[in-house]
Design a protein around this ligand. Structure first.
Ligand SMILES: C=CC1=C(C)c2cc3[nH]c(cc4nc(cc5[nH]c(cc1n2)c(C)c5CCC(=O)O)C(CCC(=O)O)=C4C)c(C)c3C=C
Ligand SMILES: [Fe+2]
Length: 441
């Protein structure tokens, strides 16, 4: 009977069902304790293509699914879901290029299942027998896909480490446009909780679905990559589709009004996707993901008069309309002056400082989340915005940020304590793994 028999290699549930994960991927799921039992049962297990084991979804509570494959990775212009779990990983020491490729193949296979609402591997949470740790940790059973997207990124250290090591034979193809961010005003960066060789952004409408994805992808990576830092986010702080209402951040402000949206292919091609002209060919249709954990001194903000909160922002709080007048989506008029002759939108307001008019036309796609991670000894919430932006060159983000950091009135209420820049490879076709084109360059 399923779930109650003694471990028996020959009786293991369908070996063919397991061919999607490498030995080490499955080994990670089964955990060290089961190693002796499990390894004998596995035999030779090759990597299957991401779509070659059609998984069945478990649970119907939220069946919203987004394709894992495509020209671009999902989770960028996908309508921003309500919850996020971000994780950055470091490759274990001494591993080779083949190990990295195998991990990416495993992650591709697992992500293609998870985004359909399936368990991470065919054995699932209950089907592996009583004497094996379950392949899937089980907390998402019954929750459905819940709009899950899984987006992978590669840190600069994957190409070349800070001390010049080329661990995976990628140093020679590091794109010129993969630059680091300069140290910025109000940066209080914790290097141990920043950057990383690899990152995964899991977004879903149910927090448990996003956590389940990161948890099980972390298990698969056991022995190959270890979790370096991670962040949970709730309440999207931007819209990435015109079909979405503009949400509010923890300052109570509408955030995402003038964001780039999925329905704007022209501007996305200009500002977000790496183009043919930029190259290299293997990176085309990819992008860069800039993440910044920005603590907001919300108790100080809460003591500001409404008029001052609006002056600092450059928009009114109720509508999100620019202070130059109109409604939420009216373009700001930076030349408009009040009866006292002063500009209606303060030149040190956030909207003035970061608007494309003040930044050589640069735009970015913002996709951040609110966070609250407890409180400090003084009883102040450890809260803020986990800022995420997708842009086709990190230096374009840095330019806008420098303009913001220099004079933006917002900066008085913000402290950035974690940061990372990741190259996000293009999306995969049915027979590819994430990043494959880079390894074949
Ligand atoms: C340099 C990049 C940016 C950082 C860092 C940043 C932090 C940050 N922003 C808000 C709140 C708002 N931002 C808004 C607009 C906006 N912000 C950026 C860039 C950064 N923000 C851009 C490019 C824009 C769009 C400007 C434009 O084109 O008009 C807004 C206004 C509403 C909107 O358009 O989204 C708010 C509100 C916070 C709280 C924050 C750090 C915690
Ligand atoms: Fe902003």
């Amino acid at each position: 009977m399923k779930g109650s028999s003694e471990p028996d290699a020959s009786a293991e549930p369908g070996e063919s069902e397991r061919r999607g994960l490498s030995r080490r991927g499955l080994f990670g799921l089964l955990g060290g304790g089961a190693a002796g039992i499990a390894i004998g049962a596995l035999g030779t297990i090759g990597v299957q293509q991401a779509t070659s084991t059609p998984p069945t979804a478990v649970g119907e509570s939220d069946g919203l699914t987004y394709d894992f494959g495509g020209v671009h990775q999902a989770g960028i212009i996908t309508p921003a879901q309500d919850r996020m779990h971000f994780a950055a990983f470091d490759m274990r020491e001494g591993l080779q290029r083949a190990d990295l490729i195998e991990l990416l193949q495993d992650w591709t296979y697992a992500a293609s299942r998870l985004t359909l609402g399936a368990e991470v591997a065919p054995g699932g949470a209950f089907g592996g027998g009583a004497y094996y740790p379950p392949e899937d940790s089980g907390e998402a059973v019954g929750l459905g896909a819940s709009g899950l997207t899984i987006t992978f990124g590669f840190g600069k250290s994957l190409f070349i480490t800070a001390d010049g090591q080329d661990r995976f034979g990628l140093a020679s193809i590091l794109p010129d446009h993969f630059t680091e961010l300069p140290v910025l005003v109000n940066d209080f960066i914790d290097p141990a909780l920043s950057d990383g060789d690899l990152c995964i952004q899991a977004c879903a409408n149910d927090p448990q679905v996003a956590v389940h994805a990161i948890r099980n992808l972390t298990r698969i990576a056991m022995g190959r990559a270890r979790l370096r830092w991670s962040q949970l986010g709730f309440g999207r702080t931007s819209s990435t589709s015109t079909s979405q209402a503009t949400p509010r951040n923890l300052f109570g402000l509408k955030d995402g009004t003038n964001n780039l949206k999925a329905e704007q292919p022209g501007p996305l091609g200009e500002h977000v996707w790496i183009s043919d002209a930029q190259g290299p060919a293997w990176a085309v249709n990819g992008t860069y993901m800039v993440v910044r954990r920005i603590a907001m001194t919300i108790e100080v903000w809460d003591g500001l008069q409404l008029a001052e909160q609006e002056r600092v922002t450059g928009r009114d709080k109720v509508e999100g309309a620019p202070l130059s007048g109109g409604t939420e989506f009216t373009a700001p008029d930076f030349a408009a002056k009040g009866s006292n002759g002063a500009p209606l939108i303060d030149e040190r307001s956030h909207v003035f400082r970061v608007h494309p008019d003040q930044n050589g036309g640069i735009r970015m796609l913002r996709r951040g989340y609110n966070y609250v991670d407890g409180n400090d000894a003084q009883g102040r919430l450890d809260a803020g915005l986990f800022f995420i932006a997708f842009v086709n060159a990190p230096e374009r983000f840095a330019k806008v940020h420098k303009n913001m950091a220099r004079d933006d009135l917002f900066v008085e209420y913000l402290k950035t304590n974690r940061t990372g820049v990741f190259f996000v490879p293009p999306g995969v076709s049915a027979d590819e793994y994430v990043g494959q084109r880079m390894f074949e360059a």
